[in-house]
Design a protein around this ligand. Structure first.
Ligand SMILES: Nc1ncnc2c1ncn2[C@@H]1O[C@H](COP(=O)(O)OP(=O)(O)OP(=O)(O)O)[C@@H](O)[C@H]1O
Ligand SMILES: CC(=O)C(=O)O
Length: 368
């Protein structure tokens, strides 16, 4: 069997899922990922202590929130319906259906509503959509639900264009980094980056002497591309990052789905010039968590990802989903499909003649 250079990063919610994955045949990912937005600093440290003992030789990405906006931890789980009136606020208000965000985000929404008549907020990658209305108080922003659904704590809250640009780490991320840099297996992924100074600040916070600073530039950092950026801005991020993740969940909320398609079409051609590996993230096998089977479309897209030169993918819901069986099946399927799609495997497959013909066609196209 040929080597499969396509790497798999599997998101895990807890050590039980790590154990289940490690104990299963043929479902071993190359890296794990823990999203720090869903745990406290102490929970992250406890998890990493156990992880380090069990499988510290497998690097794990710690995903930092950066400038990503999320509903607060205190957000009650509720269902909102299309047409319903709700409010966006930072603390519960009696008699109103509240969507809780940081006070700074409420202020940002109020300012934005003053200058733009129609602002949309997308929650949980667009599963719930709000139209923000003219605010009459500085405590909340009224909104109408355009697309109803379940609202859960800590889900992403997207305003487009994304209103926060950082040049350094937030206080919360700083605390996570200081407490987790002692684990040699740790790598970092930074959400919603827009400025290379954020990456530099992260490496400086980790420091050269930290146990996880085992790479050429110190600690390993993946920049998560999730918002509208120019080619020059993306190149500048690529120049200081060890790899970049194209995060299509949030990017789809930021650009809209037709916008994502337009951006994506051009992005793949510019990608080889970034000078660092690019990983595909967000809804890679979106049908697996619920259905336990992927669509043909998802499988073909994985083959395209190999062809385009993505060096791997991040599995999110696919491996945190309640069904361990479906999580294992997702990892196995990515492995099987991306291995089968490697050029040297196609040569010896029943499609070898197709591959030879494809190479001839590509060479011919290059001449013109
Ligand atoms: N450590 C965890 N504890 C509890 N639930 C988790 C944990 N990690 C992930 N989840 C659940 O799985 C979902 C998918 O995880 P994931 O981290 O990929 O998505 P996310 O919250 O949308 O963030 P991002 O956009 O950064 O990927 C989360 O929204 C959350 O509901
Ligand atoms: C994975 C991720 O962060 C996204 O697709 O938005």
């Amino acid at each position: 069997m040929s080597a499969n250079p396509f790497t798999i990063i599997a998101t895990v919610p807890n050590m039980e899922r790590v154990e289940a994955i490690l104990g299963a045949e043929g479902a071993r990912p190359d890296y794990f990922r823990l999203n720090l937005s869903h745990c406290t600093v102490q929970q992250a440290v406890d998890f990493l202590t156990a992880y380090n003992q069990r499988c510290g030789d497998i690097p794990i990405f710690l995903d930092l929130q950066g400038s990503k906006i999320r509903l607060l931890r205190e957000q009650p789980t509720i269902t909102v319906n299309a047409g319903e009136e709700v409010v966006v606020c930072s603390a519960p208000i009696a008699g109103k259906t509240c969507l809780l965000v940081d006070a700074q985000v409420v202020r940002t929404c109020i300012e934005a509503c003053g200058t733009h008549p129609s602002i949309t907020a997308l929650i949980d990658d667009g599963k719930v959509e709000l139209r923000l209305l003219h605010p009459t108080s500085d405590a909340f922003v009224p909104a109408t639900v355009v697309r109803g659904g379940k609202v859960l704590p800590r889900k992403g809250f997207n305003l487009s264009p994304h209103p926060i640009c950082l040049t350094t780490l937030t206080t919360v991320d700083h605390e996570f980094v200081v407490k987790t840099r002692v684990f040699p297996c740790v790598r970092y992924a930074l959400s919603f980056v827009s400025d290379p100074r954020e990456i530099v600040a992260l490496r400086e916070t980790v420091g050269r002497d930290a146990p996880c600073s085992r790479h050429a530039r110190g600690c390993f950092v993946a920049a998560k591309l999730e918002r509208a950026l120019s080619v020059a801005e993306t190149r500048a991020l690529g120049a200081v990052s060890d790899e970049m993740w194209l995060c299509r969940g949030d990017m789809g909320s930021q650009l809209g789905l037709p916008g994502l398609a337009q951006f994506y079409r051009a992005f793949v051609h510019v990608m080889p010039s970034f000078g660092c590996p690019v990983i595909l993230a967000g809804e890679v096998l979106d049908h697996m968590p619920m259905a336990g089977i992927s669509t043909r479309s998802e499988v073909c897209h994985l083959a395209d990802a190999v062809e385009r030169g993505y060096t791997g993918c991040v599995l999110s819901n696919e491996t945190v989903c309640p069904s361990t069986d479906n999580a294992l099946a997702a990892i196995r399927l990515v492995r099987a499909v991306t291995a089968a799609a490697q050029a040297d495997r196609i040569v010896g497959s029943p499609f070898g003649d197709w591959w030879a013909e494809a190479q001839r066609a590509l060479a011919e196209a290059k001449k013109h």
